[in-house]
Design a protein around this ligand. Structure first.
Ligand code: IMP
Ligand code: MG
Length: 171
């Protein structure tokens, strides 16, 4: 089966960038209690590759949320109910695959602060160069990209193409 879409970011470039970010993040949280909250399913591969390079006492949580249908944002974040966990006394690194309108990170960040997190910083593999609908930006960004629809390395189109090890453009 031919690969869908066009080449964009290779597996080697992704892995190199993830190593750089992991080093930076480790330095930033040195000796602080850290919990990484990854937003599923899109950030599955990014989360696994990054957290394997963080200190062994890092806690991890996965939250399953969604906002996209096809190539369009539905403007609503689904799935946030039910993640009431206790984040008292923990610094939280909120991790997602891609930052677009900013709604997803904005709403989840609000929820984590309510749950007692000492601080909430954000890391995304990709950040689209578009105006944000919500007032949020990423503290760590893998790659800034133009407003294209991308798939692979966890990113989907209607639940397909997540397993690709590289990122491709599907326009
Ligand atoms: P935001 O809430 O608009 O910032 O969108 C973030 C969410 O939309 C991400 O967690 C992705 O699941 C999804 N998303 C946005 N752009 C893309 C894309 O180009 N490909 C795949 N998913 C995307
Ligand atoms: Mg997502």
């Amino acid at each position: 089966m031919p690969l869908p879409g066009k080449p964009f970011i290779s597996q080697a470039r992704i892995q190199k960038r993830v190593r750089e970010m992991a080093r930076d993040i480790t330095k930033h949280y040195k000796n602080k209690p850290l919990t990484v909250v990854g937003l599923m399913n899109g950030s599955l591969f990014f989360m696994v590759d990054l957290i394997r390079q963080l200190p062994p006492d890092t806690k991890i949580e996965c939250w399953k949320v969604s906002s996209y249908r096809g190539k369009k944002s539905t403007n609503r974040i689904q799935g946030l109910d039910g993640y009431e966990g206790n984040y008292d006394g923990r610094h939280v690194l909120l991790l997602d695959d891609i930052l677009d309108t900013g709604r997803t990170l904005f709403e989840t960040r609000k929820k984590l602060l309510k749950a007692g997190a000492l601080s909430v910083k954000t890391v995304v593999l990709l950040s689209k160069n578009v105006p944000r609908v919500c007032d949020i930006n990423a503290d760590w960004t893998g790659f800034e990209i133009d407003n294209r629809y991308v798939i692979g390395y966890g990113l989907d189109y209607n639940h397909l193409y997540r397993p690709l090890p590289m990122i491709r453009i599907l326009d």
